[in-house]
Design a protein around this ligand. Structure first.
Ligand code: PMV
Length: 318
């Protein structure tokens, strides 16, 4: 059996994080500059049903999947794939997982690793799973990472296209009317999304009316942003990003480092900036007027303490 390789991109949330958990719309896009990759190939000398996992980034070297705890994300992804394929005893497989997506930074690394793994394994076994099945498995595995995920990460990563996402509803792509260049900057602070989501839940329970209003306003911003993106009105998109950041500050998911980076992006001429993802660390996002401006913003962000910057251009819809 020939080896089978699959990749999946990173992702970044443009608008609506946290509020999306409470049913508001959010917008997210793939980040193809960073990728997870899985290669499945025959594992010689092993019995049927055995799957060896090599994932150097998480310290796995030739680990037999059944020897891993069931809540290990890679083991869970393998188990769910074999279940979906009705293949409890497949030919022995070696799975090698690599990724250039920073971990715990809000770039969807967990979802991308799962999607690449599921596609490589099912493809190698001759029965590539359709996107809907891949997405459903990635959502289940996201629960291990995030507790109560909205499903936005796995959806964007699986379909690798801009997504207007409302929890529990089918995928809706959104239109992009003009190219938009973003700078993504990593604060260097690991950001456990589950913790931020749990803290927002506690705060929302303590102040239901206040938080319902915050979430609803974020939802309105996401809807305005969808219209502005479709028109290619980058300045308006930028303004809405900054408004969204102010609301995330009110939800107490920003932090001094992220606020410093947002400020630095504004000072360097960004049209808008906000934290992206769970917050408390991880990444922020700035919108640049063009590629040259993006370079200048990236330099300013590095000077302000960003440990890594990625420039990514969202291409107009065909
Ligand atoms: O930290 P990230 O990029 O994986 O995103 C989390 C987004 C939240 O809205 C905070 C949680 C969720 O499940 O949607």
């Amino acid at each position: 059996m020939p080896a089978f390789r699959a990749t999946a991109p990173g992702k970044i949330i443009l608008f609506g994080e946290h509020a999306v958990v409470y049913g508001q719309p959010a917008l997210a896009v793939p980040v193809p500059a960073v990728q997870a990759q899985a290669i499945a190939q025959a594992a010689l000398g092993l019995s049927a049903g055995e799957i060896l996992l090599d994932a150097p980034a998480v310290g796995l070297k030739s680990a037999l999947w059944r020897s891993l705890p069931p809540e290990d994300p890679l083991a869970r992804a393998v188990a769910l794939t074999l279940e979906a394929l009705h293949a409890p005893q497949p030919p022995a497989v070696r799975l090698k997982i690599t990724s250039t997506i920073p971990v715990a930074a809000g770039l969807g690394s967990g979802a991308a690793v799962t999607v690449a793994l599921v596609r490589a394994l099912s493809g190698f076994l001759g029965a590539p799973l359709p996107d809907a099945a891949v997405n459903a498995i990635a959502y289940e595995v996201e629960k291990i990472h995030h507790g109560t995920p909205s499903g936005i990460d796995n959806t964007v990563v699986t379909y690798a296209r801009p997504v207007y996402f409302v929890r529990g509803r089918p995928l809706q792509p959104f239109r992009v009317g003009a190219p938009l260049t973003f700078v993504i900057a990593d604060s260097g602070i690991p950001a456990p999304t589950a913790q931020a989501v749990a803290d927002v839940r506690r705060a929302a329970e303590a102040d239901p009316e206040g938080y319902a209003a915050l979430f609803a306003t974020v939802g309105e911003i996401a809807n305005h942003a969808r219209d502005a993106l479709a028109r290619g009105d980058a300045r308006r998109v930028g303004t809405l990003m900054s408004e969204n950041h102010a609301l995330l500050q009110k939800m107490e998911v920003s932090c001094r480092t992220l606020d410093t980076l947002v400020q630095a992006a504004h000072e360097a001429g960004a049209w808008g900036a906000k934290l992206s993802g769970g917050g408390r660390g991880g990444n922020m996002l700035a919108l640049a007027a063009n590629a040259e401006a993006a370079e200048a913003i990236a330099v300013a962000l590095q000077r302000a303490g960003a440990v890594r910057t990625i420039i990514t251009t969202l291409q107009p819809s065909p």
